[in-house]
Structures are given as C-alpha cells and as structure tokens.
Design a protein. Structure first.
Length: 313
C-alpha cells in the first residue's frame, strides 16, 4: 500500500515536469496572470522591455519563457516595483506628479519635452494620451528642467506653440516603431515595421514589385481596431499611426528602402511558378472580359441616351 502511495504522489510531479519540458513558455495572457499583472500593465511592460517575449514556434504569436517569468519574479520589490515602472497616467495626474498646471503639462507634451507611451480614444472620440509616471518624476527632479516648471515659457518654445507644434503623435510613433524593431530580427518584419507607419501609397512608391508588397504584408504588425473601417474613430487613429510631417516621412522612406534591400538579400520574396502564374492569368481573364463588356455596355447606354436627348429637346 505504501508503494502505491509513493507512486501516486510522485506521478503528478513527473507529469508536471514533463509538461514544463514540452511547453517551456507561456501564452501572454497566462504569463500576465502568473506575474499578477493586469493585461494593460503586462503589455506595457513588454513594450518597455521589462518582460522579454519569444516567438511561438507554432506561429501563434509571442510567448514568455518560463525562465523569464522566474527572472522577473526574482527582481527586488516584485511585483510593486514592476507595477510602478509601467504605471501610465493622464494629463491631470501627470501634472500633479510634476507640480504644474494641466495647461503647462500639455505644453510640455506638445513641445516633445515629455513623450506619451500610450493613447486611446474616449467615448467622444477625443485622444487621451498617457505618460509614464516614472519619466515624469525624473523630468521634474532634474535641475535642468527647473526653469520650465515655474515662470514664463521661454520665447523660443512659445514661438513653436504659437506655430501649432504638437509632437505627441510623432513621439508615440517613434516609441512604437522602436518596440516593433526590438521584437524581431527578421529583415522582412523590420521592413514591415517601417512600412506600418507610412501611407500605402508611399510604400508602393518604394516597393514597386507587387509580390514583394504582398510578402511584406504577411509581416505587417497587428494594430488595434478603433471603430469600423472609414468611421470617424478609424480616421483619427489613422492620423496618429501614420507619419504626417515631411521630415518624418522622409526618414521613414529612407529606412524602409534600406530595410527592404537587406530583406531582399537575406531572403527574396516568393513568386509563383510559371504554371501558377498561368493559372492566375486564366482565372483573371474571364473577370477582365466581363469588366470590359460592362464598360462597353455603359458607354453604349450613355451614347444612346445622348442620341435620344438630342432627338427630343
């Protein structure tokens, strides 16, 4: 009987060890639970590099290694210290942390002196920017920034504000592309990270080959949906996630051109075989004939209506 007891008590440990060997990593949601973090806190910790992720060998997205879970848990002050590092605050709380008015805080953000780390649209479709509390405290504690925290804004900065400068979206895009590049070493994924911040027309001008653009789209980073396509919320989100300033567009285009050249050398985009290309052409041909016939019928109809109008003034 004692032998059975020993065997039964050892079995769960053996199975657990075997399972850990088979699945040495966790899905993101499971990792967040094991670290005691809300999903928003966990996602921001990943973006900031506080928690490292690895690609899923099965192609299911990112995962967190068991060893990384153990490393994070062993850090001093866990989990409170980690939560403090990823704490994001809005304008009112951020201004209170820095000891300034909300209006002055907003001027700092517009001038790019502090950079947002997250954003979302509220129910009125207004953009709400969030900032790292740790960065705000560091900004306020710096002696170099003391003149900005009280007194009048320097004349040069006031001129930029009067000209309508607002670097919040641009600074967020800079942080976002940095996060995307840290998540991968694949040259096509790096190129896709650059392309994700450009208008598709800009991308097509740089990458003229349709097969390369199709392959690049496979690596396009997933973006959170903001409303239905073509909705006002979607248009607002597109303005934030797409480069707007000419100089920003210029360096993104340059980086994309360099990245796509490296990707071509590393691994050319796949192309259909001659037989596959012929099959695609055969499939498209009936549709092209129908489209031409439709256009010709419309032209004939317009011509007939025009003749009737001329006959019946």
């Amino acid at each position: 009987m004692s032998g059975n007891t020993i065997t039964q008590s050892a079995l769960p440990t053996t199975v657990s060890a075997a399972a850990a060997a088979v699945r040495p990593s966790l899905a993101l949601s499971r990792a967040a639970r094991e670290l005691g973090l809300k999903r928003g806190e966990f996602d921001l910790a990943v973006r900031l590099g506080c928690i490292r992720t690895v690609p899923d060998e099965g192609g299911g997205g990112r995962r967190v290694a068991r060893t990384e879970i153990d490393r994070v848990r062993s850090e001093t002050g866990f989990p409170e210290a980690l939560r403090e590092r990823v704490k994001a605050v809005g304008t009112a709380e951020g201004a209170a942390l820095m000891g300034v008015s909300a209006a002055r805080f907003t001027r700092f953000a517009r001038l790019g002196l502090i950079a947002p780390v997250k954003w979302y649209l509220n129910r009125y479709r207004a953009v709400v920017w969030l900032y790292l509390a740790e960065e705000l405290r560091q900004f306020a504690a710096s002696e170099d920034n003391a003149p900005l925290l009280s007194g009048r804004t320097p004349e040069g900065l006031r001129g930029q504000l009067d000209a309508g400068v607002d670097l919040r979206a641009r600074n967020w895009r800079g942080r976002h592309v940095g996060f995307l590049l840290r998540q991968t070493e694949d040259p096509w994924a790096c190129a896709a990270a650059m392309a994700s911040l450009l208008d598709p027309v800009q991308v097509a001008e740089i990458i003229e080959d349709p097969y390369e653009r199709a392959y690049l789209n496979r690596f396009h980073p997933q973006q959170r949906a903001h409303g239905a396509p073509d909705s006002p919320a979607a248009h607002v989100a597109a303005r934030i996630t797409t480069a707007q300033d000419p100089d920003e567009i210029s360096w993104l285009r340059s980086d994309l051109a360099n990245a796509i050249e490296e990707a071509r050398q590393e691994r050319p985009a796949p192309r259909p075989t001659p037989r596959e290309a012929e099959t695609l052409r055969a499939r498209r041909e009936p549709r092209l004939i129908e489209e031409r016939q439709s256009v010709e019928e419309q032209e004939r109809s317009r011509g007939l209506f025009g003749w009737l109008r001329r006959r019946n003034p």
